[in-house]
Write a protein that binds this ligand. Structure first.
Ligand SMILES: Nc1ncnc2c1ncn2[C@@H]1O[C@H](COP(=O)(O)OP(=O)(O)OP(=O)(O)O)[C@@H](O)[C@H]1O
Length: 222
C-alpha cells in the first residue's frame, strides 16, 4: 500500500495553518512527522484520516486518487491524542471487538493481566494509552496513524511499543507524530519536518538542526 497526501491547504478562520504539504507512506516503512507545538501535525493526521476537511487536499492510495474519507474505506486505523475507547467497556470485550488475542497482549504487557475483567476506567492514564496504542497498531488495517504514541509512556513501555511498531510495519504503512524525537529517529524509515505550513523531507538528520527544530548538539547526545 502506498499512501500519499498532497496539495493540502488548511485554514482556521483566516489563519493559514497548512499549505504545500506532501507526505508519502508505504507498507514496510515507518514515516514520521516532526514539528514544533502548534505547527499542524495533528491537523495533518486528521486530514489524512478524513476527519478534518481542509480547503484543498489530495489523497492517493496506490497512485489512485481517493475520493471519499480514508476512514470510510476501513483500511486505516488512527490513534488520536484523546481517548477513543469508552470508559464503561471491559478490556476482554475490547479484545473481542477488535479480534485480538488477550494472551498476546499480556505477553507484551504482563502487568495488565489483572485487568482482563475490568472496565477501561480502572486503568491509569498511561495504561489506557498503552492499551489504545496496542489496539490501533495490532487491529486489522493497511495504514496506521499514531499521534503521540510515546509521550505518556514509561521508558520500558516505549521500548515494547517500538518493538511492536517494528513488527507491524512489515505489513502496514505506519505514520507517527511525536515530540520524543530520539524515539522517532530510531523507529523511522522516513522523516518529514513540518514547518511554516509545509513539509520538508529530511534526508540528513543534521537538517533537523539546520531548520531549527533541534538545537545544535542534540544529535550528538541522542
Ligand atoms: N479546531 C480548531 N480551531 C481553530 N484553530 C485550531 C483548531 N485546531 C487546531 N487549531 C490551530 O491550528 C494550529 C495547528 O494545531 P495542531 O493541533 O494541528 O498542531 P500540532 O502540531 O499537533 O501541535 P502539538 O504538537 O502542540 O500537539 C494551532 O495553531 C492551533 O491553535
Amino acid at each position: 500500500m502506498i499512501f500519499e497526501l498532497d496539495n493540502v491547504e488548511l485554514y482556521f478562520k483566516n489563519k493559514r495553518v497548512l499549505n504545500g504539504i506532501y507526505l508519502k507512506a508505504e507498507t514496510g516503512k515507518v514515516t514520521s512527522i516532526l514539528g514544533r507545538n502548534g505547527c499542524g501535525k495533528s491537523s495533518l493526521m486528521n486530514i489524512a484520516f478524513g476527519y478534518l476537511k481542509p480547503k484543498f487536499k489530495l489523497v492517493r492510495l496506490n497512485n489512485k486518487p481517493l475520493l471519499k474519507p480514508l476512514y470510510l474505506t476501513g483500511s486505516a486505523k488512527y490513534l488520536p491524542q484523546y481517548n477513543f475507547i469508552p470508559n464503561g467497556m471491559k478490556l476482554s470485550f475490547i479484545f473481542k471487538l477488535y479480534k485480538l488475542s488477550w494472551n498476546n497482549f499480556i505477553e507484551n504487557f504482563n502487568n495488565f493481566s489483572i485487568y482482563k475483567n475490568s472496565k477501561i476506567k480502572a486503568l491509569s492514564g498511561g495504561e489506557r494509552r498503552i492499551l489504545e496504542t496496542y489496539i490501533t497498531l495490532k487491529a486489522k488495517s493497511d495504514i496506521v496513524f499514531l499521534d503521540e504514541p510515546f509521550s505518556h509512556l514509561s521508558p520500558l513501555h516505549i521500548e515494547v511499543v517500538k518493538e511492536i511498531i517494528d513488527i507491524e510495519k512489515k505489513q502496514k504503512a505506519i505514520i507517527i507524530s511525536d515530540h520524543m524525537y530520539e524515539h522517532i529517529i530510531e523507529s523511522s524509515d522516513d522523516i518529514y519536518l513540518l514547518k511554516n505550513g509545509t513539509t520538508k523531507k529530511i534526508e540528513k538528520l543534521t537538517e533537523l538542526e539546520d531548520y531549527k527544530y533541534l538545537s545544535e548538539g542534540c544529535l550528538i547526545t541522542s
